[in-house]
Design a protein. Structure first.
Length: 204
């Protein structure tokens, strides 16, 4: 059985949930992944902790319900930075460390909306996820000769706090009714995809 040491990077307000899981070997860092300086400082800290980076997962993201008519340029830039710029900055720093060690893989979190377009009022989110898919395809061509694979997971609706904050409880219920499987995806589903392991179905 393969084992991995979890390294979590998030904003300070989001780290308590991981701490409550009680993973004794996990390393927890805080950083603003949309800015070059903090990302470089993060990877320097990983170097100092003698971390061997094998499977970075770029999962930072944000969404905001705004139509193109009330969307400011600042809002456009903020969502783009959270969803796309963070993946670029982290992938670049990761590949600098992985390029001489074949066998690693980089995983990006895209979305089905990156292929089919986002719901009304989520233009910046949809465009940034389309960007993730294009970024993944091109980065994969760069990384392949180094023995590194780059893939994207493109889930549909996932039951997260961000989904409820964006659509509200009634909105999420209406969206779930449109899912052919009859339920939202869970964070465990996405984690299983990241490690290429089928999730065990819940008991009926």
């Amino acid at each position: 059985m393969l084992r991995a040491r979890l390294i979590s990077v998030d904003l300070p307000s989001s780290q308590r949930a991981l701490e409550e899981l009680g993973l004794p070997d996990a390393l927890i860092f805080t950083a603003d992944l949309t800015r070059e300086g903090p990302v470089e400082a993060l990877f320097t800290a990983l170097d100092e902790a003698q971390v061997t980076l094998d499977i970075p997962v770029n999962n930072a993201g944000a969404a905001r319900p705004e139509t193109i008519f009330d969307m400011s340029l600042d809002s456009w830039n903020e969502i783009s930075a959270a969803n796309l710029t963070s993946a670029f900055l982290c992938s670049r720093s990761a590949m600098q460390r992985m390029q001489h060690r074949p066998g690693g893989r980089i995983i990006q979190l895209g979305s089905m909306v990156g292929h089919q377009g986002a719901l009304k009022g989520h233009l910046h989110y949809g465009v940034s996820k389309s960007g993730i898919h294009g970024f993944t395809r091109t980065l994969a061509r760069t990384a392949a000769p180094m023995g590194i694979t780059v893939n994207a997971i493109a889930p549909g609706l996932v039951e997260t706090d961000m989904l409820y904050a964006t659509h509200g409880a009634e909105g999420v219920k209406a969206l779930e009714a449109r899912v052919p499987l009859g339920r939202l995806a869970s964070v465990e589903d996405i984690a299983a995809a990241a490690v290429y392991r089928p999730r065990t179905p819940p008991p009926t």
